[in-house]
Design a protein around this ligand. Structure first.
Ligand SMILES: [Zn+2]
Length: 319
């Protein structure tokens, strides 16, 4: 008997799976299937930087991890403001999408942000010995195609065939969690639709997939332009006799300008640049002759060090 909390986890876990590769779509009326990119609103990620990592069950010594990464980068990432970051081994506390591999039906345990930090929240299949053995001779193609479909779920997109206004033959394919908002109009070629005559659209986003993706996650932008705007943080220090300083920054592309206001009312102008990963390059300012303050990390957060007040952490939030 599993403990109560485990039962609850199991009850809440909804697997979103993919049909076996190469299954012919033969229904004569398939052109009438209303195929739409459909999503579950509550699962939309509120960040465009989504960490991904690999669980130990996904072997690191082959090319499979690289295939998954490049397939996702060439589709969901290329056509939106999203950036999938990390791609290294998971730790016990890793957030974001945690990916494993087993010789089973590839799936996600939920949709969108439900996967955040969920161990083996996305499962790939790198071997195809038991499941979909016709992928054995074309593993790269299958692994890439599956990755694109499963990452669609990880972004909150559901199976279109689950829609109540799909034709009966198409609804018969219903599987997993249904969406609750139709983002795009009719489109036969979505990677999220089992009715697609090509298995998971051959891993190629349709025009409507891209339109729906951009409706939720924005259009592609230069990495730094994603952070344009005004940001504010309070710098606190390990030396509790030092009081916090308020910092306000304005970001325009890679250029950062702003001001620090000390509790005593002193104002210091500051300037820096951001690199492609939104890390500060040279954000230092002097509050008095012996107190040099340095921010180390990304715009969104990192460590602060003061020669007078010790170290601490900062988190900038966009206003
Ligand atoms: Zn699916």
């Amino acid at each position: 008997m599993a403990p109560a909390w485990l039962q609850r986890v199991v009850t809440l876990t909804v697997l979103l799976v993919l049909p076996v590769a190469g299954r012919a779509q033969t229904h004569e009326s398939r052109m009438a299937c209303p195929e739409q990119l459909v999503g579950l609103r509550s699962t939309i990620w509120t960040t465009v930087d989504i960490p991904v990592c690999w669980e130990a069950s996904a072997p690191a010594d082959g090319q499979e991890r690289t295939w998954v990464r490049s397939a996702v980068q060439a589709t969901w990432e290329k056509h939106s403001a999203l950036r999938f970051t990390g791609w290294e081994g998971c730790s016990a506390s890793s957030r974001g999408i945690r990916m494993g591999s087993a010789d089973i039906n590839p799936h996600t345990k939920g949709m969108g942000n439900q996967l955040d930090g969920n161990p083996e929240g996305m499962m790939h299949n790198f071997t195809f010995e038991a499941w979909s053995p016709n992928c054995r001779q074309r593993r790269e193609e299958c692994i890439r195609t599956i990755a694109v479909h499963e990452f669609g779920h990880a972004l909150g997109f559901a199976h279109e065939q689950n829609r109540s206004d799909a034709p009966d033959w198409c609804q018969a394919e219903a599987q997993g969690t249904s969406g609750d908002i139709n983002i795009t109009p009719y489109d036969l070629h979505s990677v999220m639709n089992y009715c697609n005559p090509k298995w998971a659209g051959n891993g190629q986003l349709s025009a409507e997939d891209i339109a729906g993706l951009q409706a939720w996650y924005g259009r592609p932008q230069a990495a730094t332009a994603r952070f344009d705007g005004t940001w504010q943080a309070t710098l606190t220090y390990s030396d509790r006799t030092c009081v916090a300083d308020a910092v306000s920054l304005t970001v325009r592309g890679a250029q950062v300008q702003g001001r620090v206001q000390t509790p005593a009312g002193q104002v210091v102008e500051i300037a820096a640049t951001l690199d492609q990963e939104a890390r500060f390059e040279g954000l230092q300012f002097r509050l008095n002759p012996r107190d040099l303050v340095t921010l180390r990390g990304r715009l969104t957060g990192g460590m602060v060090h003061s020669t007078d007040c010790g170290c601490g952490q900062y988190t900038f939030t966009k206003q």
